[in-house]
Design a protein around this ligand. Structure first.
Ligand code: GMT
Length: 378
């Protein structure tokens, strides 16, 4: 198939999932056209079967806000015509879904279905904002297909937006050949806890500092903070206030997580909300046990005490206790690490999940709009 994919190209789980999906589909013989304002961060445009089409947003003195959604719609329609696309697949509802709808209407000569994949804050924060609620709902109702990444997200979308379109749950995935354990690296040097995020308030990065300060009371450990975002400055200040700054390394944005993660001994994901928790899955594939919060779709991924730990949001004491146990009890660490890797391999490996997207594409393309039409006409 010839598929147009649109996502946020910067750091963030939805862009990563979209990029990895495109690369996997290209390997399986599909022709994939990324349409975005920048080359998605993990995308190698040299990959056979992958094409990148940049969206240029012209400015004009009258435009206080450059109309990206419109430039995107124009580019989508142009690429669809020129490259004979069968389908558009957009990741993160706002504004990509609306641009896809416009592109569809701009190309009446061809049938151009579009699928929207909901990732998290497009529903839980942005979509819930009264300024965006109606347009988010409308964009979903007009999508030819909707997928989301956890059962939690599906339920939340149905309850909150009251839409009738069927929503297909296709969980996030990991390439288990690329993301794999490195036991020797794990044994070298100090024990290391890893945090990965875009450092937004929803990720609660300050909790990483408080929890790590407690862990340090009994374990000679190091905290590695990968990523960047608005809460990085406050986190660095807090590390100094708690006198742990010597043991905390802020790496900034990282391109090759598959090289960094296997060297770690545990992952800390203290988020307020997480629709899925891709960072935890990537860590599990590398045999790095996650200590996460019991929130959103995370319990669909982590089974408490089996392949990781789930503790309440904001419970510094409990999270520190789990990390301390993992770093001091090698037998326990080994068991959880093995189970984590097994979960990634048996439930979330690319070979299991990518065919589900392919099958869904076929279904949407063959449906002639009936999935959407049934919902809209009710
Ligand atoms: O943070 C977001 O909501 C945006 C999104 C992103 O683009 O980074 O993250 C979401 O999508 C990821 C990939 O599907 C999920 O693993 C994250 O759990 C989810 N983030 C949240 O729900 C906070």
């Amino acid at each position: 198939m010839r598929i147009g994919i649109t996502c946020y190209p910067t750091y963030g789980g939805s862009g990563i999932v979209a990029t990895e999906l495109g690369m996997e589909l290209a390997q399986r013989g599909h022709e994939i056209h990324f349409i975005s304002y920048a080359n998605p961060i993990r995308l190698d445009p040299e990959t056979p079967g992958i094409y990148y089409h940049e969206v240029e947003v012209s400015t004009y003195p009258l435009f206080q806000y450059p109309p990206y959604s419109l430039a995107l719609a124009s580019r989508m329609a142009e690429v669809a015509e020129q490259r004979q696309l069968d389908l558009l697949h957009v990741h993160y509802a706002i504004p990509h879904s609306i641009s896809a709808l416009l592109a569809q209407q701009m190309t009446p000569e061809r049938r151009l279905p579009f699928i929207t994949t909901l990732h998290g804050t497009d529903i839980t924060l942005v979509g819930a904002d009264p300024n965006y609620f109606p347009i988010t709902k409308f964009s979903m109702e007009r999508s030819d297909g909707i997928t989301t990444i956890s059962e939690y997200m599906r339920q939340r979308t149905v309850e909150f937006f009251g839409i009738r379109n069927p929503i297909e749950v296709i969980p996030n995935f990991v390439n288990c050949s690329l993301y794999r354990p490195d036991r020797e690296a794990q044994r070298k040097g100090l024990k290391r806890i890893l945090h990965i995020s875009n450092f937004r308030p929803v990720k609660r990065v300050l909790d990483c500092m408080h929890v790590f300060a407690k862990v340090r009371q009994s374990v000679e450990a190091e905290l590695v903070m990968a990523g960047d975002g608005p809460d990085r400055g406050p986190a660095e200040r807090l590390a100094r206030d708690l006198r742990i700054e010597k043991y905390v390394r802020f790496l900034g944005k990282q391109d090759h997580m598959e090289r960094l993660i296997p060297r770690m001994n545990a992952l800390h994901l203290p988020s307020e909300m997480e629709a899925f928790g891709l960072a935890a899955l990537e860590a599990m594939a590398c045999g790095v046990p996650p200590v996460a919060t019991r929130t959103g779709g995370v319990p669909d991924l982590i089974t408490h005490r089996v392949d990781g730990y789930l503790e309440p949001v904001g419970d510094i004491e409990a999270q520190a206790q789990r990390l301390t146990e993992l770093l001091t009890n090698d037998k326990l660490h080994g068991e959880i690490s093995e189970a984590a890797r097994k979960t990634a391999q048996t439930r979330f490996c690319t070979d299991l999940i990518i065919p589900r997207y392919e099958e869904y594409y076929e279904r949407v393309c063959g449906s002639n709009g009936t999935l959407r039409a049934a919902a809209v006409s009710m």
